[in-house]
Design a binder for this molecule. Structure first.
Ligand code: ZN
Ligand code: ZN
Length: 336
């Protein structure tokens, strides 16, 4: 059941938005931070859930990076609820969803009818919503990373929340290069709760990172039966021995951090009997059709915004078929 947070508690709800990310933070004084919002088609459901949670306005609306599985649902939120401040990495990114997000951001309203502040977020930004709780942005840093497997992923906003009841680390979709940058910056990564990066993809987590974070609890925000095979079995193996929560199995995950240092966790769906980290995850075969580019020998999902010109397109029945023909996946295939 989703209910408003009790007073004087830090409540964080990892919202089940299918294949995507969304987390609502409610500070003990009632101020709210929404971190990502899943795909566009999740927007209405997301707004309903926020209303069930008693949210009347969003104080900080955070877009960790411009991929559709993070910003899509935020568009409906911007249209439905007053928003005080919008956080974005402001990296040049061409996509219809990001364009719609920016338009919705421009048209959004604060509770007194003004335009919300649009903040280009970089590491070093610190916020103290209540005297004993801080929000610290650890990434991205100038200049933004470029030339990585996925620059939007690697430039995700990474932030930690430190409260008397515990700490949380939000990682967006950072991959190897993004992690390396956190190490170079000597960021303090040790936290109680880790939002596992990139929906549990193998490129979002490694042993060295988990050693640094050393979380008691890990949360994977992921859709059931997604075509990327998230979470990858390598990630689940690394998380063995931790308390792992997954939105595909448990629905919305509600965490309350009280001053007594106790971390309470509830979920809207009951935990299936076989939910341990060594559970066999069946990776669904990538059987959906893909589109190859004759020139670059790269293949894309049919929905990719960077499809080759029609005359250069080659159709394959599946990713496997494309790879057999010597094509490699575009960033869109690994999952946003
Ligand atoms: Zn993502
Ligand atoms: Zn992404």
């Amino acid at each position: 059941m989703l209910e408003p947070a009790p007073k004087d508690t830090l409540q964080v709800v990892f919202l089940d938005v299918g294949q995507g990310d969304s987390a609502l933070v409610v500070f003990p004084n009632g101020k709210t931070m929404l971190i990502d919002g899943g795909e566009t088609d999740q927007g209405r459901r997301l707004v309903q859930k926020l209303q069930q949670l008693g949210v009347k306005q969003i104080d900080w609306l955070v877009a960790t990076h411009p991929h559709s599985d993070h910003i899509g649902g935020l568009i409906q939120v911007l249209k439905s609820l007053p928003v005080l401040e919008i956080w974005d990495i402001a990296m040049p990114f061409e996509s219809p969803v990001y364009r719609d997000f920016l338009l919705a951001a421009r048209a959004a309203k604060t509770p007194d009818g003004k335009r919300p502040a649009f903040r280009k977020v970089r590491s070093g930004l610190k916020l103290q919503p209540v005297p004993n709780i801080s929000v610290s942005v650890l990434a991205p840093r100038e200049p933004l990373l470029s030339g990585t497997r996925s620059d939007p992923n690697n430039n995700s906003i990474v932030m930690r929340i430190d409260a008397p009841g515990g700490s949380l680390l939000f990682t967006g979709d950072i991959e190897r290069e993004g992690r390396q940058r956190l190490y170079d910056a000597r960021a303090n990564l040790g936290t109680d709760v880790l939002k596992v990066s990139h929906h549990g993809a193998a490129n979002g987590t490694d042993k060295a990172f988990l050693n640094r974070v050393n979380p008691r609890v890990a949360v994977i925000s992921v859709g059931a039966g997604n075509r990327y095979g998230h979470p990858h079995k390598e990630t689940l193996a690394l998380l063995q021995g931790k308390r792992v929560y997954r939105t595909d199995l448990q629905g919305d995950i509600i965490m309350r951090l009280g001053a007594d240092k106790k971390l309470q966790v509830a979920t809207t769906r009951s935990t299936p009997a076989r939910q341990s980290a060594d559970e066999k995850t069946t990776r669904p075969p990538l059987t959906s059709a893909v589109v190859g580019s004759r020139n670059s020998k790269v293949y894309h999902t049919p929905e990719c915004s960077q499809l080759p010109k029609p005359e250069n397109q080659v159709r394959f029945r599946s990713a496997q078929e494309a790879e057999k023909a010597g094509y490699r996946p575009h960033a869109c295939v690994e999952g946003e």
